[in-house]
Design a protein around this ligand. Structure first.
Ligand code: 8YV
Length: 328
């Protein structure tokens, strides 16, 4: 069969695909312009795509022979799953593989906010470390005893909760559905409303999927509920936050700071107002970017595609939800 990779993948993964199928790898502009994507998908049976590829209804309809879409990600807000399922196209993804790596980065960002790691690095590189710091200078705060609010208690949210216990933090959470009492007990987490989560937490960390419901859900109204000393961390999807509102909240010191791995539109430009704010830590969407995790993701993305194309169930299939028409 004919397969499209919207960018190069690990050599072992390409070799594996080539054992059974003909593979075309896009090497030009990333993401592929929509017209090019629509023309390339026309004669393909399957594809491996990424979160920045917008696989909307037009693209899906252009894929006359398309049977399987395998995304190299846990997020699938870029694929119109309903449009695909209506045409019998199997959509698969790579959860689990990246849970720990993303949770680890979340903790790294949280530590950076609390202990001003990046800021310290910048001070030294900027030639501004002139004297040994005194007892009241350059202070951060303890993680221990602080309240972490997890918005979205799925796999990654739970992995973050586990890590937070190691730092002796109190953990609150909000989720579409409350998790079981046994799970709450073993994770040592308490369910609260979204408003309470933002009101009571010293740091709120986002781990919800991006859906029409969560689109720009974190806005000024919600940010105003937070304590002036609190922080926001986002390793999920940028579009869950209204970025302009966040900039306002950071500029007006409505919250103390933010650490962001994801943005409304990526890559962000150096002119983006977030890059000008001292109370912001930013990383270039690296939640899953470890050698081990990306290798595992490649293995799964390939297996998902190969299984789907041979008419079998992929390892991880995305199910269509009638409540989620179109793309957010
Ligand atoms: C990306 C991600 O897939 O899993 C997700 O949802 O956003 C990431 O793991 C990765 O950065 C490659 O684009």
């Amino acid at each position: 069969m004919e397969i499209l990779l919207t960018r190069r993948l690990h050599d072992f993964a390409i070799k594996e695909l080539k054992k059974r199928h003909r593979v075309e790898i896009h090497t030009g502009k990333i993401p592929m312009p929509k017209n090019l994507l629509m023309s390339k998908i026309r004669d393909k049976d399957g594809m491996i795509c990424y979160p920045y590829d917008r696989i909307d209804k037009d693209v899906i309809d252009a894929g006359n022979k398309l049977k399987a879409i395998s995304t190299f990600s846990v997020g699938y807000d870029h694929v119109d799953v309903n449009a695909a399922s209506q045409k019998g196209i199997v959509v698969s993804y790579t959860p689990e593989a990246l849970t720990r790596a993303t949770a680890d980065l979340t903790v790294a960002l949280m530590l950076d906010l609390f202990r001003r790691v990046n800021e310290g690095d910048k001070i030294i590189r900027g030639g501004k470390w002139k004297t040994i710091l005194g007892p009241y200078e350059f202070l951060g705060s303890d993680l221990h005893g602080k309240t972490l609010g997890i918005f979205g208690m799925g796999r990654i949210g739970m992995a973050v909760a586990k890590r937070a216990r190691g730092f002796e933090m109190n953990v609150l959470y909000h989720n579409r559905k409350r998790i079981s009492p046994q799970r709450e007990k073993s994770l040592n987490v308490r369910y609260v409303s979204l408003g309470e989560l933002f009101r009571r937490s010293d740091v709120v960390s986002i781990h919800a999927p991006h859906t029409p419901k969560t689109h720009e859900m974190v806005n000024l109204r919600l940010l105003r509920k937070m304590k002036r000393t609190s922080f926001l961390v986002n390793t999920a999807r940028g579009k869950i936050i209204n970025e302009q509102d966040l900039v306002t909240a950071l500029k007006r010191k409505i919250i103390s700071g933010a650490a962001l791995d994801v943005f409304g539109s990526e890559p962000i430009k150096s002119s983006n107002p977030l890059t000008k704010l001292a109370n912001v830590v930013i990383t270039p969407h690296i939640g899953s970017a470890t050698i081990e995790t990306r290798k595992k993701m490649a293995e799964i993305a390939v297996q998902n595609l190969v299984l789907s194309l041979s008419g079998k169930k992929p390892i991880y299939q995305v199910r269509a939800e009638s409540s989620r028409p179109g793309l957010p």
